[in-house]
Design a protein around this ligand. Structure first.
Ligand code: SF4
Length: 358
């Protein structure tokens, strides 16, 4: 039996870049328990299964985005109740990063609702990267499309990760966004990778896509070479005023299957449980961790959506025996730190970004 386990795990522990949609569909079609078992084997061969990576994310510019992503409250094309905010002052960003560091976070992600950074923005975001880096933290940004020169400049400033999601399958893409192409997204990922930065790229499910689109999205991600170091899998959070506000809910087991299939196809990547976690009960989140999710954003709120309270996260981790590398384990100390954070970080800017990621 243990020999069988080992051969199954080894079979899925290589990073393949030639996945076909039929192969991915075959994984999705496995009986649920078999899929979870395979995902567990892969997860355990490549990661500590009881450890979850935790990052802090801050919105540094909110709303008034010219793009038409149909799920996003930040698009200027839809009437939503997001308050527009210009680019945050560097001092305020660094203050938030310091608080995140005091909380135990080692990676600080900064997100801006832009089509792409303009030339005038670059010196400011470069200073933010340098400042956060000087605190001894890992840095991550999501600013929209990047040219090769911009990617090089950010890498030179010390940016470790860049997030740019593919969002959905190439086939479904035009139903969701028309103001930039799928190839634009792939080009940005190429620029990020070529600069030497690590890639964070995933997608959103529950956009009204079909199961074959979810398989196609995961094939796109897995067939990137190298595969993204970080793969956020978002569940759509329906936002009043956006065109997808009343799309049908995705079955929760289908979401868990997405996590498990992503884990099997991208064995060395951190699979991140991102937007939509707020709507998941603890049992659902536990199933996602069991399926191979090993990264979350902690404590704060999504830019446009809620996220479970930080102390709830910690209590769930305690109950599941999950350790984190990035946050203090003492619950009382944590509560004190959360109080500090609440006082320091403007609530509108403590929202997390990924359901509105560029
Ligand atoms: S997802 Fe990003 S690019 Fe699209 S509308 Fe929202 S902020 Fe703009």
């Amino acid at each position: 039996m243990s020999q069988q386990k080992n051969s199954l795990a080894s079979a899925h522990s290589e990073c393949r870049h030639n996945w076909t949609q039929n192969e991915v569909k075959a994984l999705f079609d496995l009986p649920f328990s078999d899929l979870m078992f395979q995902a567990q084997l892969v997860h355990r061969e490549n990661f500590n299964p009881n450890e979850v990576q935790v990052s802090t994310l801050l919105s540094i510019k909110t709303g008034a985005c010219p793009e038409d992503c149909k799920y996003c409250s930040q698009s200027s094309r839809y009437r939503t109740d997001v308050d527009k905010e210009g680019l945050m002052q560097i001092e305020k960003v660094l203050k938030a990063a310091k608080v995140a560091k005091e909380q135990g976070s080692t990676r600080f992600c900064m997100g801006a609702g832009w089509r792409n950074p303009k030339a005038r923005d670059m010196p400011l975001v470069v200073e933010m990267v340098k400042g956060v880096k000087a605190l001894g933290m890992e840095t991550c940004m999501t600013l929209g499309m990047l040219s090769a020169e911009q990617a090089d400049e950010l890498q030179g400033a010390g940016l470790d990760y860049y997030n740019h999601n593919l969002d959905t399958s190439p086939e479904h893409y035009n139903q969701i966004i028309t103001t930039r192409t799928y190839q634009d997204r792939l080009d940005t990922l190429t620029n990020v990778r070529s600069s030497g930065m690590k890639v964070c790229s995933g997608g959103i499910v529950g956009l009204g896509e079909q199961s074959k689109d979810r398989a196609s999205l995961l094939a796109q991600l897995a067939n990137l070479s190298p595969q993204p170091e970080s793969v956020p899998i978002n569940m759509l959070v329906k936002i009043e005023g956006t065109p997808l506000s009343d799309v049908d809910d995705l079955d929760h087991f289908e979401f868990i299957r997405c996590i498990a299939v992503a884990r099997i196809m991208m064995p060395k990547s951190h699979v991140r449980l991102s937007a939509g976690r707020d709507a998941m009960n603890e049992q659902m989140q536990a199933m996602c961790f069991l399926a191979g999710a090993n990264s979350i954003f902690y404590g704060c709120k999504l830019l446009t959506t809620g996220n479970p309270e930080a102390d709830k996260d910690m209590m769930l981790f305690d109950r599941l025996g999950i350790n984190t590398e990035t946050i203090a384990s003492d619950t009382d100390e944590l509560k004190d730190q959360q109080a500090i954070q609440t006082a320091v970080v403007d609530q509108q800017h403590s929202d997390m970004f990924y359901n509105a990621a560029n």
